[in-house]
Design a protein around this ligand. Structure first.
Ligand SMILES: [Zn+2]
Length: 271
């Protein structure tokens, strides 16, 4: 026993060997080359998803044919989505509003940027004069708006001095312009990929409108460094869409589809 303990001490705590095993290990010729110790695997922190429930407080958004307020649909889906994303610690979420309060558009983007969100999803329900129009659509920032924004950021004297970890102030105006342009392209591409992932994963009963991926100059899509989409979940000016969107079961299904689309988006970005 004493010998065993001695060996144990020589070989390090935790390795209790018989004499035979110890001799086999101690024989110089049989000494295996120690495998390099792998660096400790550190799991990256879960991605942060900014969820933006459109409208709120004094701003009801669109009002449906049966009186449903857009803001009540958007907050219900946002909270559902937040619960699903955070289940099992898969994602972290930042809700731009978590109750019926008014939040200015610029504050919604600022909130997401301050928290360094990896993705921004704005939830809305559309309304048009034609009561027959129905279906969902997804918006990304228009190219011209994105270009204008990039140009403004690059040339402005008091532009954001740090963008996605790049110290813009250190560079000449020309280099700054190139860096901002590259970053914008990357963000625009990623936003389009997310929009496509959503269209790929939205299934019946949700019907897309014609050309469901659209571009517009929406203020909430203007974060230069966060892929951003705005989802119009349906038209509350259409009686069937309004009825469906007001139902918990539909809201839950939309949140489910969004989770699958988000998973697909990040899975593709890892490749
Ligand atoms: Zn809206």
């Amino acid at each position: 026993m004493q010998r065993r303990l001695l060996l144990r001490g020589m070989l390090g705590a935790g390795s209790l060997l018989t004499m035979g095993e110890a001799l086999a290990q101690a024989r110089p010729a049989a000494q295996p080359v120690p495998a390099p110790t792998p660096p400790p695997t550190r799991r990256p922190p879960p991605r942060l998803i900014a969820i933006d429930a459109g409208h709120g407080g004094k701003d009801p958004g669109a009002i449906g044919v049966r009186g449903t307020h857009e803001k009540t649909i958007t907050i219900a889906v946002a909270q559902d989505l937040a619960r699903r994303l955070t289940a099992n610690g898969r994602y972290r979420v930042a809700l731009t509003r978590d109750d019926d309060t008014f939040v200015a558009l610029a504050d919604r983007v600022r909130h997401a940027r301050e928290r360094k969100a990896d993705l921004f999803i704005s939830l809305h329900a559309d309304s048009v004069p034609n009561p027959a129009t129905r279906g969902f659509s997804v918006y990304t920032l228009s190219e011209t708006a994105s270009d204008d924004l990039a140009a403004g950021l690059a040339t402005s004297q008091n532009a954001v001095d740090r963008l996605a970890g790049i110290e813009l102030g250190r560079h000449s105006r020309q280099v700054r312009s190139i860096l901002v342009d590259l970053l914008h392209r990357d963000t625009a591409n990623a936003s389009s990929h997310m929009a496509q992932s959503l269209l790929d994963h939205f299934q019946p009963p949700f019907q897309p409108i014609q050309r469901p991926h659209r571009q517009a100059n929406f203020a909430v899509l203007r974060a230069p460094d966060i892929p951003s989409i705005l989802v119009e979940m349906g038209f509350i000016s259409n009686v069937e869409d309004e009825r469906a969107l007001a139902q918990r079961s539909t809201q839950t299904k939309i949140a489910d589809r969004l989770v699958v689309a988000i998973d697909g988006f990040f899975a593709a970005r890892r490749v």
